[in-house]
Write a protein that binds this ligand. Structure first.
Ligand SMILES: C[S@@+](CC[C@H](N)C(=O)[O-])C[C@H]1O[C@@H](n2cnc3c(N)ncnc32)[C@H](O)[C@@H]1O
Length: 224
């Protein structure tokens, strides 16, 4: 769909990305327009500085305050209004806005340091059994295979691909309201899904767009 007065980039005929507040995009979206919202909003824990020692060192000069607060109740109402199904990363930070569900994904992180979280809880609206995503068992999981990190809370493309394999159907229209590094755009492009997304921060937006464009153009070279 076309969003009025939002600054954005059409990366391919299936990937449209906007540099805006997600509420602006949500307000213009009709009811149940998206098949699936797959979102990773701010957890309200100050992760704009980076999480973990390496990430803190890398991102401390560019510390940002986007992770001070979690999204408002209005955001959650809009998210459930515009999409038929929802998947929410970091769900333990948003429980008051979600409902009881059969289907959580437990992402087993296998982090090296003892003070890191061992798992992340991903809430889904699907009526299927809970699943485990164990990064150690996923051959494609290594972040260095994805060109390094450009965002303090960047999720692996491999995780998004696994989620799409398990929860999306061909032809689904996907929405991500908080794109960050745009790993999800790479996963959606590789798997042929339509994605609409937005990112508020201009610096993350520019870096993410560059990352996705590079990926798409490298793949085109590969296809020749
Ligand atoms: C947890 S991060 C997303 C990380 C992403 N999943 C990834 O793999 O890189 C949340 C992102 O939401 C952005 N953000 C915060 N408030 C926003 C808003 N109101 N609208 C759109 N983006 C927002 C932040 O700048 C940040 O990049």
């Amino acid at each position: 769909m076309e969003y009025k007065d939002l600054k954005g980039d059409i990366i391919t005929d299936k990937i449209s990305i906007y540099n805006c507040d997600c509420m602006e995009l949500l307000k213009q979206t009709p009811d149940n327009y998206y098949s699936l919202s797959l979102v990773d909003p701010p957890y309200g824990i100050g992760a704009g500085m980076g999480v973990g020692l390496h990430s803190k060192r890398k991102f401390q000069k560019a510390a940002k305050d986007w992770d001070k607060q979690t999204p408002t109740a209005e955001y959650w109402q809009e998210l459930f209004r515009v999409s038929k199904n929802q998947i929410v990363c970091g769900a333990n930070y948003f429980m008051e806005h979600l409902y009881s569900t059969k289907s959580f994904v437990c992402w087993v992180k296998n982090n090296p340091a003892p003070n890191f979280a061992e798992a992340e809880y991903i809430w889904t609206s699907f009526d299927v059994n809970g699943k485990i995503y164990d990064s150690k068992k996923q051959i494609q999981h290594q972040i260095m295979w994805e060109g390094g990190s450009i965002h303090p809370t960047q999720k692996p493309v491999a995780l998004y691909k696994w989620i799409l394999e398990n929860y999306a159907n061909p032809g689904d229209k996907i929405l991500d309201t908080h794109l960050g590094s745009m790993s999800i755009a790479i996963a959606c492009h590789d798997y042929g899904f339509e994605l609409t997304g937005c990112e508020l921060d201009e610096e993350y937006y520019k870096k993410g767009i560059e990352r996705v464009k590079n990926h798409v153009s490298q793949q085109r070279l590969f296809d020749i």
